[in-house]
Design a protein around this ligand. Structure first.
Ligand code: SAM
Length: 271
């Protein structure tokens, strides 16, 4: 195991668990099968453990790092012409404008801070038209939620949105020993191909509202969980009186397609 010297003192508040296993970094980079025309954004390059394995192939690698100490170090050590190191919060980057600038969809990769997994994913879903695929290293437990199937305890909000907007695949697990400092949990590398076309035609705002609300009341049947939606009395009554068997199910029993049908059914009541 080659251990790059850690000179940036890790800050827990920035989720800094630096990768110290060069084989894992190489395998993550390899899994992208980078092409010479690719435009890649790396989220949180840190000291560049992964960056070094990514930079030789793509047309452009844009590494977005929030920590000034890491940015300074990266800029002094990585000078390849196709690599741009941006000192910014990834959540504030416009993926759409980068995609527009290069006239292509972007590929995203990163060993991301655990506490930012959901905000990063939701940003990507929001700007999905700009993105072709993402390869992220995250807590194994979150990766299992992303790939979770109906009727399992992992299945929830992240599963529905990840599988609605993309096609997720768990690539491999990474031991805590591969990071410094050593995290308490195992990590997983997950790849998500972003769909060009969504699996259903649906009012996205309503779809998001329904999925979040009913999983927020996970133990309740849909009939009861949907009472927490801000609908007019008439709509709520209609749901309460409906004989459609879907309403006596719990959210974890619904497939992605069932959620699409449910949203469209409720949309009709609202129209
Ligand atoms: N990629 C490096 C590696 O594998 O060793 C670092 C991984 S570390 C888990 C996460 C990195 O994300 C840190 O370098 C941290 O400073 C950076 N980071 C944290 N929040 C960020 C944000 N909002 N935008 C960009 N980078 C961020």
């Amino acid at each position: 195991m080659a251990t790059p010297r850690i000179t940036v003192r890790p800050k827990q508040s920035l989720g800094q668990n630096f990768l110290i296993d060069d084989n894992i970094a190489r395998n993550i980079a390899k899994s992208l099968k980078l092409q010479s025309e690719d435009i890649v954004i790396e989220i949180g390059p840190g000291q560049g453990a992964l960056t070094r394995h990514l930079m030789s192939s793509p047309k452009r690698l844009i590494a977005v790092e929030i920590d000034a100490r890491a940015v300074e170090q990266l800029r002094s050590t990585i000078t390849a012409k196709n690599v741009e190191i941006i000192h910014q919060d990834f959540l504030d980057i416009s993926l759409k404008s980068i995609s527009k600038k290069y006239d292509t969809k972007i590929r995203i990769v990163g060993n991301i801070p655990y506490h930012l997994t959901s905000p990063i994913l939701f940003k990507i879903f929001d700007e999905r038209e700009a993105i072709s695929d993402i390869t992220l290293t995250m807590q194994r437990e979150v990766a299992q939620r992303i790939t979770g199937s109906p009727r399992t305890k992992e299945y929830g909000i992240l599963s529905v949105f990840s599988q609605f907007y993309g096609i997720p695949k768990l690539l491999f697990n990474v031991s805590p020993n591969c990071f410094y400092p050593k995290p308490k949990v195992t990590s997983s590398v997950i790849q998500l191909l972003i769909r060009d076309e969504l699996p259903g035609d649906v009012n996205l705002k309503l779809f998001h509202g329904i999925v979040k609300t009913v999983f927020g009341k996970r133990r309740k049947t849909l009939r009861n969980g949907l009472l927490y939606m801000p609908f007019e009395k008439e709509v709520l009554e209609n749901i309460q009186n409906s004989t459609d068997p879907v309403f006596i199910k719990r959210p974890e029993e619904l497939s992605i397609n069932d959620f699409i049908l449910l949203t469209n059914y409720i949309q009709q009541l609202l129209d």
